[in-house]
Design a protein around this ligand. Structure first.
Ligand SMILES: NC(=O)c1ccc[n+]([C@@H]2O[C@H](COP(=O)([O-])OP(=O)(O)OC[C@H]3O[C@@H](n4cnc5c(N)ncnc54)[C@H](O)[C@@H]3O)[C@@H](O)[C@H]2O)c1
Length: 313
């Protein structure tokens, strides 16, 4: 007999609400939408609205809003968006002072109530928050991942498709490294239905696409006054689905590195295989000299923000 899966969403804000909607739409599992006590009614309201939406759309899941950690007991997956998003003009790293105590609080509670859950961290600065989550929970490395590369890759894929005048369905795009301004769009692995992107677009156009991809979050932030949330939610759902359905998907995610790509004891965006075992392996792909140099620069940025967290123990 199969048991219904439970998905805990920590943070019931913009991304949290969209995550709940996607979990329901795909019937991935029952949802617990958690927020702090002052926002419990928001979580309860979103949950009720979404359950009514499920009644209309014929989706058989339960969605519960709460501010009680006990309701997360035994969750199979937790997706963490707790914290504040950027405001226009802020970098992701500017959020560390506010979001560091929040991720530590979330991790301590998650450790107590759902230690076996596959955790997907979204809160920024991503690479530092996912590192802290694992440090505090002490969870096995295969059960903790950060979401960034899928989102950044979707931005790269979109810009390539628009510029090349081809369907976005035919573009495969890879973005690795830290989730900051020096992320690494890996053009050597970006293709239009297998054709190298360099055969389709000029170096000038590709250079402009790289810049736009790196600033992709900031572009939306400047327009809306807050962070993107539709594509970030879809990206995390791809990871949750891969775990819950043992899909063995190869996805770029922030994963704990223990020597891969020359890094130890940091989380950074690399290709991983996600299946029923969580992050089942890190895949090492060949990078050009220029891409490896960019990855090293990005790795240094990740190390320095993690160092900020270590200093505030
Ligand atoms: N990794 C990525 O690619 C990516 C993309 C977009 C946004 N983000 C980040 O995701 C985070 C959430 O973004 P958002 O737009 O949903 O923000 P939001 O402000 O709409 O929602 C955040 C929610 O977290 C809640 N929260 C605060 N402290 C909490 C705690 N201790 N426990 C539980 N909940 C708590 C807040 O009350 C709020 O409802 C931000 O840090 C943002 O920068 C990351």
């Amino acid at each position: 007999m199969s048991v219904r899966k439970r998905i805990g969403l920590i943070g019931a804000g913009n991304i949290g609400g969209e995550l709940a909607r996607l979990c329901a739409e795909e019937e991935l599992g029952d949802v617990v939408l958690f927020d702090v006590p002052s926002r419990e009614n928001l979580a309860k309201g979103k949950a009720l609205d979404l359950e009514q939406d499920c009644a209309l759309r014929g989706r058989d899941v339960s969605i519960q809003g709460t501010s009680n950690w006990r309701d997360l007991e035994g969750a199979d997956v937790v997706v963490i968006t707790a914290g504040v998003p950027r405001k226009p003009g802020q970098s992701r790293d500017d959020l560390v002072a506010t979001n560091l105590p929040i991720i530590r609080n979330v991790a301590a509670n998650a450790k107590a109530v759902c230690p076996g859950a596959f955790a997907i961290v979204i809160s920024n600065p991503l690479d530092a928050m996912v590192y802290e989550y694992r440090r505090v929970t002490g969870a096995p490395r295969n059960l903790v991942a950060g979401m960034a590369g899928i989102l950044d890759g979707s931005r790269l894929a979109l810009f390539v498709a628009r510029e090349a005048g081809v369907s976005v369905k035919d573009v495969r795009a890879m973005v690795l490294g830290g989730h900051g301004d020096d992320m690494v769009p890996v053009l050597s692995m970006t293709t239009v239905h297998g054709a190298p992107v360099a055969a389709v677009l000029s170096p000038e156009k590709l250079a402009a696409i790289v810049v736009r991809t790196r600033k992709g979050g900031g572009e939306i932030l400047a327009l809306m006054g807050t962070s993107a949330y539709f594509a970030p939610a879809s990206s995390a759902i791809a990871m949750a689905r891969a775990y819950l359905r043992d899909e063995k998907r190869l996805l770029p995610c922030a994963a704990y590195l223990d020597g891969q790509y020359g890094y130890r004891d940091i989380f950074m965006g690399v290709p991983v295989v996600i299946g029923g075992g969580g992050i089942e392996r890190v895949v090492e792909i060949p990078l050009t000299f220029e891409e490896k140099s960019m990855l090293d620069k990005s790795g240094e940025s990740v190390k320095s923000i993690v160092e900020v967290c270590r200093r505030t123990l």
